[in-house]
Design a protein around this ligand. Structure first.
Ligand SMILES: NC(=O)c1ccc[n+]([C@@H]2O[C@H](COP(=O)([O-])OP(=O)(O)OC[C@H]3O[C@@H](n4cnc5c(N)ncnc54)[C@H](O)[C@@H]3O)[C@@H](O)[C@H]2O)c1
Ligand SMILES: O=C(O)C(=O)C[C@@H](O)[C@H](O)[C@H](O)COP(=O)(O)O
Ligand SMILES: [Zn+2]
Length: 368
């Protein structure tokens, strides 16, 4: 195990190109990503991240800084929180030449990104993700959003950041269950696009759980590379070419995951729910004759090896089925799932039978 001192700069092309910088001790990169010198910088964070936010602010020099403190975690993703933040920006006279910096996990980058996307119809935002999950997924690609009573992420917009600063040092204070949850999205990238991710984890799961390991850094960079390749090809999720699902592929496991999150009032972490959702959809694909049994079984084995949950049966299937109907991939009354036809061969399964949907849940619940 070693810690490289070199930073990695990953470029995200497209109409609004930006860089994702990955390394140790790279918080100082934020100022250079803010574009033409803004007068004010709104630093959006939750209370537990005040210390890291302070370290970011210290790198900004003499900018006028406005701190916007959000509730911690998923409860930040509401309309009421957005309105409160808009009022604070209004009171500060925040203009289009000012900028937002988010410091936090995916809930903060989603909500801070949404605030930046909507204030004056869009001001620049730089994300400083502080959880593994936000580093490999939420901070990259421009999806922002919040929840409503009907479900998860039902309101939002695509608003690409001006830059993303991934300082692996901040993972030092992250609780292990949060690190493990982030690995759910990393494993997802392994199954949909980069099997070397799975090989790395399977070789030594303990290294993946070590914040300063070279292995975790490689996993982070590989997962970000998968995300960049997908969003550059299909930023607004309008569809891919040659049968590839396009950006929807990043929703692998998410149809059931979002249903579980909603049904458990977000007690199950997003990354944990994604792990459960992938076990579910792998079995669904197997039952539909799309995926071989070994690759389906590999899901639970890889996920469990790093401590992710692979069994869930505490909610009635009907409740989850109803929640899945409001998924953004649904068309009319037809549920659509991202499935694998083989390792790293994603496609769409539209309208699976009720019997298969139910049987896959019995599998997830450990009943078959
Ligand atoms: N926009 C996207 O593309 C995208 C992608 C994936 C997930 N998401 C969203 O991200 C959210 C989940 O993000 P998450 O898993 O980061 O959870 P989170 O943002 O709720 O953070 C989890 C917890 O970690 C704490 N924390 C964060 N950084 C820390 C640090 N360095 N040290 C100590 N504690 C720290 C937070 O205070 C919080 O309590 C969900 O809302 C999900 O929908 C969005
Ligand atoms: O970036 C994407 O696109 C994703 O789907 C990444 C997912 O990991 C993430 O959870 C996303 O927020 C889910 O998107 P949604 O459109 O289903 O809300
Ligand atoms: Zn996700």
């Amino acid at each position: 195990m070693s810690t490289s001192t070199t930073e990695t700069r990953m470029h995200v092309g497209g109409a609004s190109p930006y860089d994702v910088v990955v390394g140790h001790g790279v918080l100082g990169e934020v100022a250079g990503m803010l574009g033409d010198r803004p007068q004010r910088v709104a630093v959006v964070h939750a209370e537990p991240l005040a210390g890291i936010a302070e370290r970011v602010i210290a790198t900004l020099g003499d900018y006028e800084v406005l701190r916007i403190v959000l509730p911690d975690g998923e409860i930040a993703k509401t309309g009421a929180v957005a309105i409160d933040a808009w009022e604070q920006l209004g009171a500060a006279g925040f203009t289009r030449s000012d900028a937002v910096v988010t410091v936090g996990g995916g809930a903060t980058t989603d909500m801070g990104g949404f605030i930046a996307a909507t204030w004056l119809r869009g001001v620049p935002v730089v994300h400083v993700p502080t959880t593994l999950l936000a580093m490999v997924d939420a901070a990259v690609g421009g999806k922002t959003g919040m929840n409503t009573r009907a479900g998860k992420n039902l309101v939002g917009s695509f608003h690409e950041p001006a830059g993303v600063v991934v300082d692996l040092d901040v993972l030092g204070t992250l609780a292990e269950p949060e690190l493990i949850a982030g690995l759910g999205e990393v494993v997802k990238c392994g199954f949909i696009a980069d099997p070397e991710i799975l090989a790395l984890i399977e070789r030594c799961p303990a290294d993946a759980l070590e914040p300063r390991s070279a292995e975790l850094r490689e996993l982070v960079e590989r997962a970000i590379a998968v995300k960049i390749a997908v969003v550059v090809g299909d930023l607004k999720e309008t569809g891919g070419a040659d049968g590839h699902p396009g950006r929807e592929v990043l929703n692998y496991g998410h149809t059931m995951a979002h249903a579980i999150e909603k049904a458990t009032s977000y007690r199950v972490r997003h990354g944990e729910a994604v792990a459960l959702g992938m076990v579910y959809v792998a079995e669904l694909a197997r039952l539909a004759g799309r995926l071989d049994a070994d690759t389906a079984a590999r899901h639970a084995a890889a996920l469990a090896s790093v401590g992710l949950p692979v069994r869930f049966g505490e909610v009635d299937f009907e409740v989850l089925h109803d929640a899945m109907r409001v998924d953004k991939k649904t068309r009319g009354s037809q549920l659509r799932f991202v499935v694998l036809d083989g390792l790293a061969q994603p496609s769409i399964l539209a309208g699976p039978t009720d019997a298969d949907l139910r049987a896959a849940y019995e599998h997830l619940a450990g009943a078959r």
